[in-house]
Design a protein around this ligand. Structure first.
Ligand code: GUN
Length: 297
């Protein structure tokens, strides 16, 4: 059984990006610039954004964090957030930016996503990028699915002709991953099934998977009986579960019952250290791509 090391793979890719940036700097270009907008103080979002900023430094990028306060007593007006998005859309020194999700409940996320210039949408969430991806045109690919595809590639795990079963149909993981893996080509050519809360006989479907992707956000949901011997299992779950033995008071739990599932797999991603670091690295790749387009490279 192979443990697919996303942390190590991400470190390798960050070093590749940093080397490319160093060459660009030698040629006199400025550093690629990623901005992140963070609304409020959600614990998970704070950590994700801090990790993205850290990755920027590791890749030789400039980063800007735009913090906007929002509390129950004093909720951020959607117009104020849209103003900030517009500023970033118009700033020629910013190659790409993200608005960290989830946003407070009173803000319409889709409205905000659609306000981002698709040419700066390095999350790949704008419908223009989603649509281009689905018809196989060049675009920014959604970071988590792109990270999974890259991880499989770097571990020499082909998807061609394989039964890939994805549990979870979110706009940011399940749907775009299905779309990527069904495309023609080396990193696609899979037979993809997407399961969700209304799927009948879920275990019967998941047991048919050569490659099983768990992306539903329910800790330990995928149990041993749901996985075929020799399957490749990709765990996208990162739920904070209370753990009094940790200083932070919580630990990250994947969607797979790792201890019991891992022994029967050909390969599996751990949580943490599997898909998570690859998501951030995809964001860095997209930002470098945005920078190149911005400079006609
Ligand atoms: N929240 C959870 N994952 C993501 C992501 O990839 N991008 C953004 N913007 N928010 C997220």
């Amino acid at each position: 059984m192979t443990i697919i090391d996303g942390k190590q793979t991400a470190a390798t890719i960050k070093a590749e990006i940093a080397a490319e940036v160093a060459l660009l700097r030698e040629k006199g270009f400025r550093a690629p610039h990623l901005a992140a907008v963070l609304v409020g103080h959600d614990g998970g979002s704070e950590t994700y954004v801090a990790n993205k900023i850290k990755a920027c430094a590791e890749c030789g990028f400039t980063s800007t964090l735009v913090r906007l306060e929002s509390t129950d007593e004093n909720p951020l007006a959607t117009e104020r957030l849209l103003e900030e998005v517009d500023k970033l859309n118009c700033d020629p020194e910013v190659d790409g930016f993200i608005v960290q999700l989830p946003l407070p409940r009173h803000i319409d996320e889709q409205l905000v996503i659609e306000a981002i210039d698709p040419a700066k949408d390095v999350d790949g969430f704008h419908p223009v990028n989603v649509g281009k991806q689905s018809v196989g045109l060049p675009c920014f690919h959604s970071a988590t699915p792109a990270g999974i595809v890259e991880l499989l590639k770097r571990y020499g795990i082909s998807t061609r002709g394989k039964n890939v079963v994805i549990v979870g149909r979110s706009n940011i993981v399940g749907k775009p991953l299905a779309s990527m893996l069904m495309q023609k080509g080396e990193q696609g050519d899979a037979t993809v099934t997407v399961c969700h809360s209304a799927t009948d006989n879920l275990a019967t479907v998941t047991r048919r998977a050569d490659i099983l992707v768990a992306a539903l956000g329910r800790p330990g949901f995928i149990t041993e009986d749901m996985v075929a011997d020799g399957a490749v299992v990709i765990d996208v779950g990162t739920t904070r579960v209370p753990d009094a033995s940790r200083k932070s008071g919580f630990r990250l739990s994947g969607d797979v019952d790792y201890a019991n599932v891992a022994p029967k797999c050909a390969a599996i991603t751990p949580v943490p250290g599997g898909v998570g670091p690859m998501t951030i690295v995809s964001l860095m790749s997209n930002t470098l791509e945005a920078f190149k387009r911005n400079h006609g490279l």
